[in-house]
Every structure is written in C-alpha cells, then in structure tokens.
Design a binder for this molecule. Sequence first.
Ligand code: ATP
Ligand code: MG
Length: 646
Amino acid sequence: MSESTGSEGRRFPAPEQLAASANVGPDVYAEAEADRLAFWATQARRLTWAQEWDEVLDWTNPPFAKWFVGGKLNVAYNCLDRHVEAGHGDQVAYHWEGEPGDTRTLTYAQLTEDVCRAANALLELGIQAGDRVAIYMPMIPETIVAMLACARIGAVHMVVFGGFSADALASRITDAGAVLVITSDGGYRRGAPSALKPAVDDALSRTEGVRNVLVVKRTEQDVEWTEGRDLWWHDVVDRQSPQHTPEAFDAEHPLYIMYTSGTTAKPKGILHTSGGYLTQVAYSHWATFDLEPDTDVYWTAADVGWVTGHSYIVYGPLANRATSVMYEGTPETPHRGRWFELIEKYRVSILYTAPTVIRTFMKWGEDIPAGFDLSSLRVLGSVGEPINPEAWLWYHRNIGGERCPIVDTWWQTETGAHMITPLPGVTSLKPGSAQTPFPGIAAKVVDDEGNELGDDATGLLVLTAPWPAMLRTIWGDDDRYVDTYWSRFGREVYFAGDGAKKDADGDIWLLGRVDDVMNVSGHRISTTEVESSLVAHPAVAEAAVVGASDPTTGQGIVAFVILRGSATDSGDDLVQQLRTHVSKDIGPIAKPRQIMVVQELPKTRSGKIMRRLLRDVAENREMGDVTTLTDSSVMNLIKDKLPASS
Ligand code: ATP
Ligand code: MG
C-alpha cells in the first residue's frame, strides 16, 4: 500500500480535552447497535412533536420506508419558534455576509417573524400543502426564509443552484411540477452582480404550470417583468402579519425535492420527508461536529442549493439552535483570504467545506491562511469527495493549527445526512478515510455477489438497514428508485454506487464512483488512489483520473493535473516524473498512460469533478449532459489540449 493513499499513514487521536467533554462518547456505537430503532426514537425526542409516533419504522414494503409512523410535527416550528419560546429569541441564527461586504444579523426571533410573513404571503398566493415551489436564489437570507416558509405550510421546496442554466431550471420545474418560483434580480459573484431573473423568464417560456414568480431585490439590476405573473417579494411579503400558527404535518409529509448533482448521470429528483429527516440531520449535526449551541459559531461554507446546504446550513443547525455564518460569494473575492477573514471576524469555531476548496487553498499557498487569526477553530469537516491524504494534512496543519480534528463525512443527496464519518471526540483519525459508520447506521463493503469483504479488498459500498433521513423515492418515478438503489442485492440493501474498501482495522475508505473505477489489464484500480498519489507530488495541486478504452489493456489511465502555484516546470520532464511517481507509489499497473497539464477541471457547482466528461474527451466522444457544470467553457480548453481530439 502506498505512502500517499494507504492505511499505514499517521493517526491523529482525539484531543484529550475534547474526548473528555464531547457531546458523544465511545459508548454510542454499542448503544445504537443494541437496539437501532430505540436509538433513533431517542434521537427523535430531540425534536418537539405535536403528536408522538405509534411505530418507529414500518419496513413491511421495502424499499418504501415509513419512519415515526403516526407522528406529527412542524419542521419550521422545530427550527424556529420553539427556540424563541424557550427564551433564545435574541440568539443570532445567522451572521450573513454579502460578497460586497454588506452584512445582516438575524436572530431567532427575527427569523421566525420573517418566516411567518413569508408563509402568510405564500398562503395569499394560493400555495397549499403538497404544492411544489422552486427556489432559484443567491446565498442570501431570503433563500432560507423561503425554504422555511414552505416547510411551515407543508409546501415542498425544490431549490435549484443559482449557477445553473435556464435549461437545468426548466427541466427541474417541469419534472417537479412547480407552481411558484422564488428568485431574485441577481446575486454577487466574483465581484460583480450576476443576474438570475433572465434565466427564470427563459425557463418559464418553456414550461407550464407556474402561476407566479416572487422576486427578491438584491442587486438592483433591471429585470423584465411579466404583469400578473411577477411580484416583488418586498411588495407581497413585507406587509404580511409576523404571526402564523404552524400546522402539524405527518412525519412522512414531503419536505423537499433535491436533484442530485449529476456527476454520473441525468439528475434524479430525490424526495425527502419530515420527521425522520429532521431527526437525523439534527442528531448528526450535533454529534459529528460536537456542536455546543451556546458557544460555537458554525460555518458550512457551501451553497444552500446543494444537499449539504439543506442539511447543514439550514435544517440541522436551526433544529439545534446553532449560530451560523452564511456567506454569499466566492473565496477569492475581493481577495484570496476572504474566508479566513470571515473566520477571524466571527470567531468561527466549526468549519465544514469540500476537498476541492482545500486543494484550491493549497494551490494558492499557506501564506494566505497564515496571515489571519484562526485560533477560534476547534473542529473541521470535509464533504463531497474523498479528501486526499495530502489535502487532509494541509487542512489540518494550515487551517486547523494541528489542533482541530477533521471529520471526513461520507453521505449523499439520497442519504440526507452523514452516514460514514469519524466522531471528533472519539475516533483516532486516519487522513483519507471516512472510517466508521455513524451510530445507528449499517454499512458494508461487498463483492459483486454481495459477500462482505475486508483486508483492503476493493468492492462496493452498501447500506444494510434503513435510516431515518433516507430518500423515500425519486420524484414521480418509484421504478427508477427501486432499480437504481435497491435491486442489485435485493430490496433491503441500498446500493450506494461508490467503490470502497475496509482495512484491517475495520476502517472504510471511499474509492470513487463505481462507474469510474478503472480496469487495466484485468486489475481494478481506483480513481481516488491514483489521484491522491498525484496530489501527493509537490508539483500537483489537483488531479482527475479516468480510464479510457485501450486496445491492449482494456482501459488505460489518463490523468489531468493542475499544478501548484509554486511549480516551475510543466513540460515533458514533469510528466515523466509524475508517471514514475505513481508507478513507484502504487505499482507499475497504475502508471498513467497519458498525463495532461490543464488550468481547470470540469466541476459541478458543488465542486465535484465530472470524470464522465473527461472520459468522453479522452475517448473522443460527443460530450454527455453538461447542464450541471459550473463553467462549460472549461471543456473546450481541455479538448484543445488533447492530441486525440484535435
Ligand atoms: P449523481 O448521483 O447525480 O451522479 P452526485 O453523486 O455527485 O450526483 P451528491 O449526492 O451530491 O451527487 O454526491 C454524493 C457522492 O459524493 C457520493 O456518492 C460520493 O461519491 C461522494 N462523496 C461525498 N462525500 C464524500 C466523502 N466524504 N468521501 C468520499 N466520497 C464522498
Ligand atoms: Mg450520486
């Protein structure tokens, strides 16, 4: 096993003080194991129920689960009113910072009133429980207000990333059958206003069923106006009563639809419901980050239009009465130290972000974080992709000051909440591994026949018991739900679509998408391992690896690398050096056939590399669906580099 990717690396035991005082101690695993349903029932009691459930789980018709059967609650009440009623109305819910530097502070009392006004406005517009509402917004407080207003009246929100095209928006509006769109004139990105309303107008010219568009004024850009359909948020919402009595909905009432990021295929409308979802996001947010609501300042630095934003910017933190930071813009605006400046300013104590950002910071160099006071941080998190050990160590040293545990959280849009992750006061950390199934979660690594694997053998990750925050179906397509996730090993085993291995200590390593695993001369090689090996080379900041069809070996490894700011050489010598490096590190079989130095990689808005597009390029094929790409011009730059496609 290699230095850069392997299991022989250093361990990082839980800091003593944290181990002694953490919310969750080592006994939690045995407790959950002893009676999984009783464990989740205990966690559900963290919430306030209008009516308690009769049965924790109904799994008589797998894979269609019902959690907390017969229970009733209001999700928005649990996130807002109950904290105000308990005397915490003056506590800050969000320190919001706009990209241009404007700020807003929202207390729990203010947010509750804002949400009530918005809920009353939605009712006035004729929105009823069960109706779908599309939200296409920048990272501003009204986005959260809109989501919670929907939850409050039982409408189903469907948030679409503000960066997605009119096409992507139109197909989601049609698929979900939305009747209202909430948007804004625009938002700030990279130092300039970026318009949103034109994409809505364009999308609505191609869809039916949307009655109204509610528009928040943010950038003051000119907007086209369709009389009778378009309404200003401030005209409709501001004049409403700040009081609204929440209705209790069934635990299985739909809460939201979220389309997956489309890294591997056409996006799927993942449906989440109320009681089980809120239970698991609240508990996991409290346990995984060791959240202390009275003293922590929590920051999920991600977009709310991604599931991470739903579960860990909105629902988990609010259910737990956290004080959060929310930031509108990009990390390099107006300078590359912006995030660190925010950490210093708000004394952020818990930071949760994606490996892609860490690798970008690595590329920019450690002098930037070194210029700020980051001593308030105590726990760090990672999500979205496997974090390369090299990036983990950099994060730990340069942002965490070597004192903060890093929780590498594996989960998906479909799982709703953390599923495999270390716990900061318990786990002895291994850089690059997500390690341990969360308490109350059952995960295994199996071979193609479903037999459990260990000892570093590469296999498939499966979840062998239902969990409260699980998806309930794919919107409007129960068959696709069963086929995609619950047919490979029978109707009671969830197939995650990720490759994984379990090491001798029983720790789980995620190895990338099953669709991406390469087969070179009959050997299965993980994209993640080759990428981590490349990133461990001092010249490389980021790497993406794909298997391209090869006449002699079946597949050949093609790598795309971005160099670090400090790298001087970018020519043939370096490419040869990198090939040799991987060959020595992992083995000759993993030596890339071809390595291309590029400036950018194709990524989804949530920062994930779209390997399927690189594979299309490497195999000189028509490119597949690019609607979820941040910037589609990146692909042209890369294609120009490739001799095969010129
Ligand atoms: P699609 O399913 O449409 O292809 P997607 O899988 O990229 O899109 P998400 O649900 O946002 O959409 O991503 C979940 C996936 O992200 C996981 O299946 C896994 O591949 C990857 N992932 C997330 N967190 C981690 C992590 N901590 N370690 C390794 N992989 C992770
Ligand atoms: Mg997926």
